[in-house]
Design a protein around this ligand. Structure first.
Ligand SMILES: O=C(O)CCC(=O)C(=O)O
Ligand SMILES: [Fe+2]
Length: 260
């Protein structure tokens, strides 16, 4: 496994040809790391600590609406705002790289999820999170900076590649909605989490799903006689249901394909 690595993109403002690099990575991989991005490393570290202590709470406390770790509330809100800004910036650059104007993700629905993996001795070598694509448009992941396990499938070759931890960076994954929206130009990345060693792994995931009030469909600029419309429009809630009801963990967009 893994003679190739996912792209790493420097988000420093003056970095040359950044939008083009983003689009290229989204076409070939649907997955890349970003460095020098807008989420401060101290906030990432604080959020990791908050995640650890929130995930360690007993279930009966987690179920209650209010719990005694209110001090983490501020960190979570701050992190959400920073990562949301990062996502909006990514949306703008991705749109720009595709030759479009405007804010791609403005007012779209999003969600944050905290993951904790108990890698016990009996799990070593097995799969902790099954192979899947994310159903939404784009995911920004703070993966564990020490404990690896994430693997992605290279869109072009089908090769399964280790994603090694890289402190202070964030990972961007494209989901199925990006494939539908882009008329098949952008790749939704298949990925999974494997247990390599006896450790506890945390990840903090921010999902951008799709527009709240309308279906996701291809912008007119991405459709022409050379590139006829490939997929019927669908809103995110209906799409998620379509995936679930057909048990299609690596994407249900083929069910939306327009037969020409
Ligand atoms: O934990 C990870 O690194 C990946 C999590 C993930 O793929 C997901 O929550 O959809
Ligand atoms: Fe995922």
């Amino acid at each position: 496994m893994g003679s190739i690595c996912i792209p790493v993109i420097d988000m420093t403002e003056d970095s040359v040809g950044q939008s083009e690099k983003i689009v290229e990575a989204c076409r070939e991989w649907g997955c890349f790391r970003i460095i020098n991005h807008g989420v401060p490393p101290e906030l990432m570290a604080e959020m990791k600590v908050a995640t650890q202590s929130l995930m360690e709470l007993p279930v009966e406390i987690k179920r209650r609406r209010y719990h005694p770790v209110e001090s983490h509330g501020k960190t979570v809100v701050k992190y959400f705002e920073a990562i949301n800004e990062q996502a909006l910036d990514m949306g703008r650059k991705l749109g720009e790289g595709m030759g479009l104007k405007g804010d791609l993700f403005k007012d779209w629905s999003s969600q944050m999820r905290l993951n904790k993996y108990h890698f016990n001795p009996e799990f070593v070598g097995s799969c902790a999170l099954y192979l899947h694509t994310d159903p939404g448009f784009l995911t920004i992941l703070q993966d564990d900076e020490i404990v690896g396990g994430l693997e992605v499938v290279h869109g072009k070759t089908g090769e399964c590649v280790h994603v090694d931890p890289m402190p202070d960076s964030l990972l961007v994954n494209l989901g199925d909605m990006a494939t539908i929206w882009s008329n098949g130009r952008l790749t939704s990345v298949k990925h999974r989490v494997q247990c390599y060693e006896v450790k506890t792994r945390f990840s903090i995931v921010f999902f951008v799903f799709g527009p709240n009030d309308r279906a996701t469909e291809q912008p007119p600029e991405l459709v022409d006689s050379q590139h006829p419309r490939l997929y019927n429009p669908i809103n995110f809630a209906d799409y998620r249901l379509l995936r679930l009801s057909n048990n299609l963990r690596t994407g249900a967009f083929e069910l939306l394909r327009i037969n020409s």
